[in-house]
Design a protein around this ligand. Structure first.
Ligand SMILES: C[S@@+](CC[C@H](N)C(=O)[O-])C[C@H]1O[C@@H](n2cnc3c(N)ncnc32)[C@H](O)[C@@H]1O
Length: 285
């Protein structure tokens, strides 16, 4: 039976824990097919990369296998059917963030243009980080790409985020300490919270000794998800992550008083999510 967003919210409201949500274990295609149209106001997914590598957990040998066949078509077919479900699950003000890397992002961009319509493309976000390892044959590959689409551009939720500081060269402070510059048209004031965030995000990679570390090999930093959730949702909205891994998205959503719905096919991932969120996993199939 399909669940409506109302049911998700009602269930969530009954739970005092972590603002409430639901965690599923299984293939996200089956899980998503059980949810009603418009069930999510924001979806972030970080699917397995087309990397040809097996990721193994620091704590166990299990991890998960993301060695995709040499044929990228098979990888894209796997993603497309799931991304179409995500499109169906978004509410009219919803947005989808798809986290990828250089290997497949270009193919997936073209695919998502087809699923969402090119007009609904909002951003190609570059997550730039510094980690070890440098090639002597090309520039070090130190970014991931996150594609952002609106379900309906113009109706979508978006809150400008601010980060960093303005270049103060030539600027002045008024009597109240506010930053401004003088132009022929008078004073132009600068926002007290700094410049609007651009589509290039400098967010540190999780260090090996970070207190956030769960031991899950592909865990993403909470700071990355804080930006996504703050920009594209409001308190009480439903945030979905259908390749949720260690549950970073769900944990941040709960901290920010959003409802959440998460799913992973892996036993270890779901066990970590349960610990992080303090909930029972629901086996869908
Ligand atoms: C890159 S990891 C996500 C990491 C996550 N963002 C985090 O911060 O921990 C991708 C996840 O997708 C899961 N996965 C792969 N195929 C799946 C499928 N068909 N349905 C649900 N989850 C799947 C894997 O088990 C893995 O945990």
């Amino acid at each position: 039976m399909q669940k409506s967003p109302g049911e998700l919210r009602t269930k969530a409201e009954q739970s005092e824990c972590s603002a409430g949500g639901e965690l599923f274990r299984g293939d996200c295609l089956d899980v998503m097919r059980g949810l009603q149209d418009g069930a999510c106001d924001l979806i972030y997914v970080d699917p397995p990369f087309w990397s040809g590598r097996r990721r193994v957990s620091a704590k166990s040998e299990s991890g998960y296998d993301d060695r995709w066949p040499a044929d990228i078509e098979e990888y894209l077919a796997f993603l497309e059917v799931r991304l179409r479900e995500m499109h169906r699950l978004l509410s009219t003000r919803g947005s989808l963030y798809v986290h990828l890397d250089w290997r497949a992002v270009h193919y997936v961009k073209v695919m998502l243009d087809g699923v969402f319509g090119r007009d609904n493309f909002l951003n190609e976000i570059i997550w730039s980080y510094r980690t070890g390892g440098r090639s002597k044959q090309w520039f070090a590959r130190k970014h991931d790409t996150i594609l952002l689409y609106a379900r309906n551009r113009g109706s979508h939720t978006f809150h400008v985020q601010r980060d960093g500081a303005f270049r103060t060269d030539g600027l002045k402070h008024d009597d109240e300490g506010r930053l401004y510059k003088t132009t022929t048209k008078g004073r132009i004031y600068f926002h007290a919270d700094g410049p609007a965030m651009t589509d290039v995000w400098e967010v540190p990679f999780l260090s090996t000794v970070s207190l956030e570390r769960t031991g899950y090999p592909t865990q993403k930093p909470m700071a990355l998800l804080q930006r996504v959730i703050a920009a594209s949702s409001d308190k009480g909205d439903v945030v979905g992550d259908f390749f949720c891994g260690s549950g970073t998205t769900l944990t941040v959503a709960a901290d920010m008083r959003r409802r959440w719905v998460g799913c992973d096919a892996g036993e270890e991932a779901v066990a970590i999510c349960q610990r992080r969120l303090g909930v029972e996993a629901v086996v869908w199939r």
